[in-house]
Design a binder for this molecule. Structure first.
Ligand code: RNT
Ligand code: ZN
Length: 428
């Protein structure tokens, strides 16, 4: 579509929304201020850059063998350059600890420091982006038996507590260097495949480990701690120590950020309805936006009912100021750059649709008991021309509208990704 017709279509869409009392310019202004935290791990199938790569463990799995996975920091950053160039707005990057740049030496998890992330900080600075962070409690010999912060052996627990402490320091350094609060999110895989007899012990130890890890007070302007629950993983089907109830209680009692991952609940349970509940009790929320499909919690995010409901809750409840939106999916069966772009653009689109809602009108109907009108209008809104507003937003932000972004991804695949020999390692 030509730029002229994008503008024309926008102008008629603007009139249609104005009839409902919605100002599309105001919605776009609000939309361009919402950062999405891009997960670095979509680009290399959650492999990381450690010397003695262990192979992915911890009950998460990436399937597919599409060529072109990034093999080191330079490639991953080049891929991310592509991704951010196809997204309207200014976003953030979310790193896992095993994506540090460790050089030729083996640097174990209890020895990492901010120096290993200097390249990332510089990259983020160059893009005017903030960074978020995660300790990596998986893909390591000391997590191989399925336990980290809950381990029965105090020496193993101490190793992981030290890792967590160092990650908080790294996160704080990132936040300070970039002038933008870093959220460091703790997720551990600990759990049992089959029925445990002692459900209490691991949770007691988790509580103790977390308190030890979080003992040092860090300025919340530069760094915030988040904790992420999970219902089950591959190999931890019967019991996960860090359940929703555990972390809900922990976050409430310690006033930590609670992370809700869309794929970590029962299949018919969405995270949207949890937002206004948990924010009565925790100061802030981190969302891991994902899409669960049967056993898998991490499919590429699409603009579906669940995603829309989450965006609507954030907007309707005026929660955007207390919610950090992060992505968490990984697919190795399609072009990885496309996976990032599809998922991130879907998240931004969902926020746009939510911002284009005549919420006041709907609230008035609800308050007046006019549930008939409420339902009719909610249904009618699905036919509104938000696509025209989206295209205009992309063009104005100097990123391709419609499907044109895919041309750019295909060009990069031809010129760069297809040249990467599958499985070959490069120096990091
Ligand atoms: C795993 C959690 C966790 C991971 C990342 C890689 O089930 O969702 O957030 O996906 O830390
Ligand atoms: Zn997650």
């Amino acid at each position: 579509m030509s730029t002229k017709s994008v503008t024309q279509q926008y102008s008629s869409a603007r009139d249609r929304y104005a009839e409902l009392g919605v100002d599309t310019d105001v919605a776009l202004e609000a939309l361009s201020r919402i950062p999405i935290s891009l997960h670095c791990w979509q680009g290399d199938d959650v492999a990381g850059f450690e010397r003695s790569a262990e192979g992915l463990s911890g009950g998460i799995a990436v399937t597919g063998n599409y060529p072109g996975a990034a093999r080191g920091p330079e490639e991953l950053r080049a891929d991310l350059d592509q991704v951010v160039g196809l997204l309207p707005g200014r976003h953030r990057l979310n790193l896992h600890a095993f994506y540090g740049e460790f050089g030729e030496r083996k640097v174990d998890r209890d020895a990492i420091g901010p120096e290993h992330f200097a390249g990332w900080i510089e990259w983020a600075k160059g893009h005017g982006m903030g960074l978020d962070f995660n300790p990596t409690f998986f893909s390591h010999p000391l997590s191989a038996d399925g336990f980290t912060l809950t381990h029965a052996d105090p020496a193993v627990r101490a190793f992981w507590v030290e890792h967590g402490k160092r990650c908080r320091e790294i996160g704080a350094k990132m936040g300070e260097a970039l002038g933008s609060t870093t959220v460091t999110n703790v997720w551990i895989p600990d759990g049992y495949k089959d029925l445990p007899v002692d459900r209490k012990g691991p949770r007691e130890r988790l509580l103790e480990s977390l308190d030890a890890m979080f003992a040092k007070v860090i300025d919340p302007a530069v760094h915030l701690d988040a904790v992420e629950s999970k219902l089950f993983g591959i190999g931890s089907e019967s019991y996960v120590a860090g359940s929703h109830e555990f972390y809900m209680g922990y976050a409430v009692s310690r006033q930590k950020v609670l992370c809700l991952d869309a794929g970590h609940f029962h299949p018919t349970e969405g995270i949207s309805d949890k937002i206004s509940s948990v924010l009565q009790f925790v100061p802030r929320l981190l969302l891991h936006v994902s899409r669960g499909v049967r056993w898998d919690s991490d499919h590429v995010v699409l603009l579906g009912d669940d995603l829309l409901a989450t965006a609507q809750e954030l907007v309707r409840g005026d929660f955007l100021g207390r919610a950090h939106i992060g992505l968490d999916f990984f697919d190795a069966s399609i072009n990885r750059i496309a996976a990032w772009v599809i998922g991130t653009r879907a998240m931004i689109k969902a926020l746009l649709v939510a911002l284009l809602e005549p919420t006041e009108k709907l609230r008035e109907m609800e308050a007046a008991g006019d549930y008939t009108g409420r339902l009719a209008l909610l249904e009618e809104l699905k036919m509104m021309p938000f696509g025209a507003v989206w295209d205009y937003h992309c063009e104005r932000s100097e990123v391709p509208s419609g499907m044109r972004w895919l041309d750019e991804v295909r060009r990069y695949e031809r010129e760069v990704l297809s040249q990467r020999a599958a499985g070959a390692a490069v120096a990091v």
